[in-house]
Design a protein around this ligand. Structure first.
Ligand SMILES: NC(=O)c1ccc[n+]([C@@H]2O[C@H](COP(=O)([O-])OP(=O)(O)OC[C@H]3O[C@@H](n4cnc5c(N)ncnc54)[C@H](OP(=O)(O)O)[C@@H]3O)[C@@H](O)[C@H]2O)c1
Length: 258
């Protein structure tokens, strides 16, 4: 049996990634906080695709729980071939007016827990001489994001870490893919206190399929969607100060619609 682990699997992109992996014959360990949602998804995927799906509830806002999650998976005596670090949260607003504890939780989930899960499972992958790691960042990883500065910076971290790690692993059969979606139709914006734009919005299943294909090809970076590719490319050409101002205007514009 081939196994994958998906964090943040309860909704949105993580749920869609779980579905695509199950569709492709992978049994799954799915994790998030809301156990009921995970159990419902597990039953649905098991019935639909005939794979095994194990739901685990862990709060990754404390990176010690990432270690506990790994230990729990070890007890199953299964081999995780694919690790999908998808769990993540955002927070909209001026940094100085933010809830600093929420920002610390953001850093724990988006960065610390991702790092620890990667560290633990990569050691096993090295022993098996095989593995695939998919880290979900964002197109926001390519530029600064005023009004969501900590979130964008966390995604820049994920992109930089993923690329560095992919290079360290070159020549092995362990590949790292950094999935960079643009705005996607999930609960993310509501939870981040931001209003989602209606324009340039992808569906989670589309993002998940692109992510899966990129992982299969061993691609290091997958920016999802043509317009997002154009945005990321254009960002390289603009002076950074101008780019940051442009992102600020777009982000502020989103807020006005709340
Ligand atoms: N939506 C977008 O526009 C967009 C664009 C680019 C990148 N992304 C990235 O895509 C990833 C998935 O986000 P999404 O859009 O699918 O949002 P989502 O629907 O809110 O999904 C987030 C997932 O993370 C889990 N999660 C949240 N806090 C957690 C915690 N403390 N511990 C463990 N799990 C936690 C949630 O489940 P529980 O609440 O049950 O824990 C949920 O399953 C994130 O990394 C996000 O940054 C999203």
């Amino acid at each position: 049996m081939k196994w994958a682990l998906v964090s943040g699997a309860g909704s949105g992109i993580g749920k869609a990634l779980s579905e695509v992996l199950a569709q492709n014959g992978f049994s799954l360990v799915i994790t998030a906080r809301n156990l009921k949602r995970l159990e419902d998804l597990a039953s649905e995927l098991e019935e639909k695709y005939g794979v095994k799906v194990i739901p685990f509830s862990f709060d990754l806002a404390d990176h010690a729980n990432a270690d506990l999650l790994y230990e729990r998976v070890k007890k199953l005596e299964i081999r995780i071939d694919i690790l999908v670090n998808n769990a993540g949260i955002g927070d909209y607003g001026y940094f100085v007016d933010s809830d600093i504890d929420k920002l610390s939780r953001l850093i724990e989930i988006n960065i610390q827990s991702l790092i620890r899960l990667t560290y633990h499972f990569l050691k096993d992958m090295r022993q098996n001489n095989f593995g695939r790691i998919v880290n979900v960042a964002s197109i926001g990883a390519f530029f600064a994001g005023p009004l969501m500065s900590v979130y964008y910076a966390s995604k820049a971290f994920v992109l930089s870490f993923s690329e560095g790690l992919a290079q360290e692993l070159e020549g092995t059969d362990i590949k790292v893919t950094c999935l960079c979606p643009g705005p996607t139709n999930t609960d993310f914006f509501t939870k981040a206190n931001a209003k989602a734009a209606k324009f340039n919005m992808s569906e989670p299943l589309f993002v998940a399929k692109k992510g899966y294909q990129a992982m299969k090809k061993g691609k290091r970076i997958e920016v999802v969607g043509v317009l997002n590719k154009v945005i990321v490319f254009s960002a390289r050409l603009l002076p950074r100060r101008l780019l940051t101002k442009a992102v600020y205007l777009v982000q502020g514009h989103l807020k006005e619609r709340v």
